[in-house]
Ligand binder design. Structure first.
Ligand code: 13P
Length: 255
């Protein structure tokens, strides 16, 4: 199955509009145009419009970090999929920071994944266990139950178009990167669950990403992982040289 590699930068809530403009200008110069991988940056909502304008005609796409679960209406402070449509190709849903800080349940994540897909924007469905769950040897159970519940409104065809990001919570922002062997094993479990629920064709098409303290140095170790098709990068994506180096190190190699 030919799955295109992808490197996504999740800028989280770290940049102002002028700062993100500067970063985009630098990335346009630095990210190799030759890359065979898809490259995506996910700015905050207020930066999305300008980012999508500035990146027009480049090989860098734009994604959103979140979306409202409802399409329209009296939801003060929320940003709807209709507002994002036309400006983003991807929407991250169920990031552990959304789940853990803002109390998003699998049910909410499933609605967000569904609403994105209904508007032809690919959801990047995030799953991952906490340190506590890992220590209790519950990683696989937690990740697979989050995944099954978060995908529940999507058809097999839609799952095949979606992305699943394995982001162990203990590896996010901690500098403690999950070994590529361990991440590969989880990606295999993820693909196994998708196969049992939606069949082989879907499990062979869905792209699985790893995220958690990825740097240009550690990105190399994921190149050989058979079941991992991309990286979701937080802190290191805020530095143009680091992010471009990740694209070079990880994205250049053909499968
Ligand atoms: P870090 O790369 O900063 O650990 O963040 C990972 C992440 O949460 C990406 O969504």
């Amino acid at each position: 199955m030919n799955r295109k590699k992808i490197i996504m930068g999740n800028w989280k809530m770290n940049l102002t509009v002028p700062e993100s403009t500067i970063l985009i200008q630098k990335l346009k110069k630095e990210v190799p145009v030759s890359t065979k991988a898809e490259v995506v940056v996910c700015p905050t909502f207020i930066d999305i419009y300008s980012a999508s304008e500035e990146l027009k005609g480049s090989n860098i796409k734009v994604g959103a970090q979140n979306v409202a679960e409802e399409e329209k209406g009296a939801y003060t402070g929320e940003v709807s999929v209709l507002a994002l449509k036309g400006f983003v190709d991807y929407i991250i849903v169920g990031h552990s920071e959304r789940r853990n800080i803002f109390g998003e349940s699998d049910k909410i994540v499933a609605k967000k994944a569904e609403i994105a897909m209904r508007h032809d924007i690919r959801p990047v469905i995030c799953v991952g266990e906490t340190l506590h769950e890992r220590e209790d040897k519950l990683s696989k159970v937690v990740v697979l139950s989050q995944l099954e519940a978060s995908c529940k409104h999507l058809t097999g065809e839609e799952i095949a178009e979606s992305l699943i990001a394995y982001e162990p919570v203990w590896a996010i922002g901690t500098g403690q990167v999950c070994s590529s062997e361990e991440a590969e094993k989880m990606a295999e479990h993820i693909r196994g669950l998708i196969k049992s629920l939606y069949g082989e064709k879907v499990s062979g098409s869905v792209r699985v990403l790893y995220g958690g303290s990825v740097t240009s140095a550690s990105s190399k170790s994921f190149r050989k992982s058979k079941n991992i098709d991309g990286l979701l990068v937080g802190g290191a994506s805020l530095n143009h040289q680091e992010f471009a180096a990740i694209v070079k190190n990880y994205g250049e190699k053909k499968k």
